[in-house]
Design a protein around this ligand. Structure first.
Ligand code: ADP
Length: 532
């Protein structure tokens, strides 16, 4: 799509330079523009900040008629309208915050062939809920003025994505109702099953997919051992904010609203300037917190994942995860909010096994699939591979080298493996605990399993051998159990009762399976602290 010269090629070039004031295209932008101008359906997959908007904004100017842009958030639309207005490109939005008159005018542009509006931004629920909008859209189509649909954040169609929006499902009607109008989907989500799901939902299976690399060479990745207590975590966060990230801006992601509030309060007590952001704050408070962070009154925001889409601060220097993300994909999105300006920024995760079980209960009750969460745990437990390589593999990409120029903790200390653990003996002891619990019909959570293995908790399920504490610490014991879970040797299952949700270990380690995979009888452990 880039080598050929098209009848519009000269116009593309001059519009790029004169209107957008840009000298050259970034990877895949020209392909996206040429394919959509040729009438092809396409999906553009680029990490945030790579320049997806240009792929539909530039084509919108080359021909008469309207580009209808679907976007999930009013704040995103407003940003876009602002930047288009600066370039003297006429654009409008229809949304819940616009006045009645504004929405009426926007509706009229669809049936007004004299309008100078080139781009009309709408939320997906318009297609589902507004008859007037749909009928005007049909008139626009019948008059040959509907140029293109651009669907921003197109992964919102898929339940597999990290931001499912039910209203996006209605967009499936577009390709049937308006068969001559090309669809251009845009997303920063790269997993192949999300992409194929999106194509199915939009009825554009097999369409062109234009994907750039997801490598973010300016991001430094690190896993830190998470202290067992909240005070311990506050100590680590305090040190990071006071010393390593002094005078810099960042985000601290926490698992729950309560964690957010506790951490924010704890950090304030230690003299740090931090805001707190989560879904149960009202819109006004949230926007004030956001603003103070932008103005550097707050050094950091302690937030749940509700703080996400629409963050447009380029100089976020650190993103710390106080708890693991639900999936590797979510982790990539959340940590990827760092370093949009291309300068070095750091993505630090505090990991400890307890979090796996907190999150797994939630993930299981949402969709019953733990594989994606285990992908996240693999990333945390990984000690041999460059962390970039683990991310690349997750996105089915090859980022070329096995080290990343010292931009992750593993590549900085490639030899820092503290000890090697033979698993056979441990596995046998764990198996006896599980067997005893099954016989006595006792539900075994991972933590109870850990206790019984370390000769604690109810006597009747403890294993009969020596205390493993003599050989490995409890912390390493946690790693062993997490490792056996992600390898599938231990299986987590869940009971749901009216009052509680209990996870338990369903079956003992499958020794046959383990024997087949000799290498997994060894596990390597490494620990890094915040300041080594
Ligand atoms: P995305 O939607 O992929 O997150 P945007 O479309 O918001 O990214 O673009 C991010 C920034 O990059 C914008 O400021 C935009 O003007 C700029 N940009 C886009 N394409 C180019 C380019 N080819 N050269 C230079 N800057 C570009």
């Amino acid at each position: 799509w880039e080598g050929t010269s098209y009848e519009w090629s000269d116009d593309v070039k001059s519009t790029l330079e004169n209107i957008f004031k840009i000298k050259s295209f970034r990877p895949k932008q020209l392909s996206a523009i040429n394919s959509t101008l040729s009438g092809e359906h396409a999906i553009v997959v680029m990490p945030t900040g790579a320049g997806k908007s240009l792929c539909y904004q530039l084509p919108a100017l080359l021909r008469p008629g309207l580009t209808v842009v679907v976007s999930p958030l009013i704040s995103l639309m407003e940003d876009q309208i602002r930047s288009l207005t600066q370039k003297n490109i006429p654009a409008m939005l229809m949304g819940s915050t616009s006045s009645k008159e504004e929405n009426q005018t926007a509706l009229k542009t669809l049936i007004d062939d004299k309008t100078d509006i080139k781009l009309l931004y709408v939320t997906p629920e318009r297609f589902a809920k507004s008859k007037r909008f749909m009928s005007n859209l049909q008139k626009c189509y019948a008059a040959g003025r509907l140029q293109r649909f651009a669907i921003d954040e197109v992964h919102c169609c898929s339940q597999w994505g990290h931001d499912f929006r039910p209203d996006y499902k209605f967009l499936g009607i577009l390709s049937n109702m308006f068969p001559k109008v090309p669809i251009l989907g845009l997303t920063g989500t790269a997993t192949s099953h999300v992409l194929s799901d999106v194509q199915k939902i939009l009825n554009i299976t097999g369409c062109l997919v234009l994907k750039t690399t997801f490598n973010r060479p300016n991001l430094f990745y690190q896993i830190l051992e998470k202290p067992a207590t909240q005070e311990g975590c506050l100590d680590v966060l305090e040190k990071l904010l006071k010393y390593r990230y002094k005078d810099e801006s960042g985000i601290i992601y926490a698992h729950s609203i309560k964690d957010c509030e506790d951490l924010a309060q704890g950090l304030r007590k230690r003299g740090l300037r931090v805001g707190c952001y989560h879904a149960s704050l009202d819109a006004d408070t949230r926007s004030k917190v956001h603003q103070k962070w932008h103005e550097k009154i707050y050094q950091a925001i302690v937030a749940t994942v509700a703080f996400g889409m629409g963050i447009d601060k380029p100089d976020v220097r650190f993103v710390i995860h106080h708890s693991i993300s639900k999936t590797m994909e979510n982790y990539y999105q959340e940590s990827g909010r760092a370093g949009r300006d291309g300068l070095r920024a750091e993505c630090v995760t505090l990991y400890r096994m307890q979090d796996l079980f907190r999150v797994s209960t939630m993930v299981f009750s949402n969709n019953g699939h733990l594989e994606q969460l285990y992908g996240m745990i693999k990333y945390c437990l990984n000690i041999k591979l460059c962390r970039r390589q683990v991310i690349a593999e997750y996105f089915n990409e090859n980022w070329g080298s096995t080290d990343c120029n010292y931009m992750c903790d593993v590549c900085i200390h490639p030899n820092k493996i503290i000890r090697e653990i033979r698993l056979e003996e441990h596995i046998k002891n764990l198996a006896t605990v599980i067997e005893k619990a099954e016989k006595k019909e006792i539900n075994l959570t991972a933590l109870k399993l850990l206790d019984a293995w370390f000769l604690k908790g109810p006597v009747n399920i403890r294993h009969d051998g020596p205390d493993p504490g003599l050989k490995i610490s409890r912390l390493v014991g946690e790693d062993v159990i997490a490792y056996l879970l992600i390898k599938g040797y231990l299986v987590e299952d869940f009971h749901f009762t009216a009052m509680s949700t209990i996870s338990y270990i369903k079956s003992g380690p499958n020794m046959e399976m383990i024997k087949d995979e000799n290498f997994s009888l060894r596990m390597l452990v490494r620990r890094s602290s915040a300041f080594d």
